[in-house]
Design a protein around this ligand. Sequence first.
Ligand SMILES: O=C(CO)[C@H](O)[C@H](O)COP(=O)(O)O
Length: 231
Amino acid sequence: MDAREMKVKAAEAALQHVEDGMRLGIGTGSTAEEFVRLLAEKVAEGLKVLGVPTSERTARLCLELGVPLKSLEELPELDLTIDGADELDSALSLIKGGGGALLREKIVAAASARMIVIADETKLVETLGRFPLPIEVNPFGLAATRIAIEKSAARLGLTGEIRLRRAGEDVFTTDGGHFILDASFGRIPDAEALSIQLHSIPGVVEHGLFINMASSAIIAGPAGARTLKAN
Ligand SMILES: O=C(CO)[C@H](O)[C@H](O)COP(=O)(O)O
């Protein structure tokens, strides 16, 4: 089974949790896009759902495929969010933001009664941090914010390169008009402590650590999909 087939397997299993009438948060990334394609087929067969997209990219795909959308302003309380992740551990703490949508993803997940993560088994790690942590920052004071992040991380014994994300020649800009710093701190033994530190920095808009947000994760591997539950 190749990587794409595993993403489809996870998306298929997630679709089983979608019920008629649901208000759905719809994630961003290649795995979430497999989910959107399958959801669109069900919508074409008559399933009634209203989706709230976590990015402009997801919104475009949903509109193209006929998945009905509302904004989070119109639907501020959601039943379920289905989204991918860059990394997850057995407690279902996540690193997200590889696709640059972490802020909207976190706001949408927080507005949802449940969040199901869909991923292939290569994303499962013992300790978060193999994937560089995306940190969304305000463009104003970028250098000062970067230094503040370095100092905060160092207080927790975390060091490593912090790179400004680029899109070709340009600086990558999120849907909210912010920049992303990708922090290669290595393994993060205390993600909660790092989250608190990062939230205390004024220039940090949000970070990609999702702690206590996922209710379950559907992990696909060559043998099929299995579900991990949050403790
Ligand atoms: O957090 C995300 C986007 O901001 C994605 O969920 C994450 O990057 C996983 O993407 P993919 O399914 O393409 O591996």
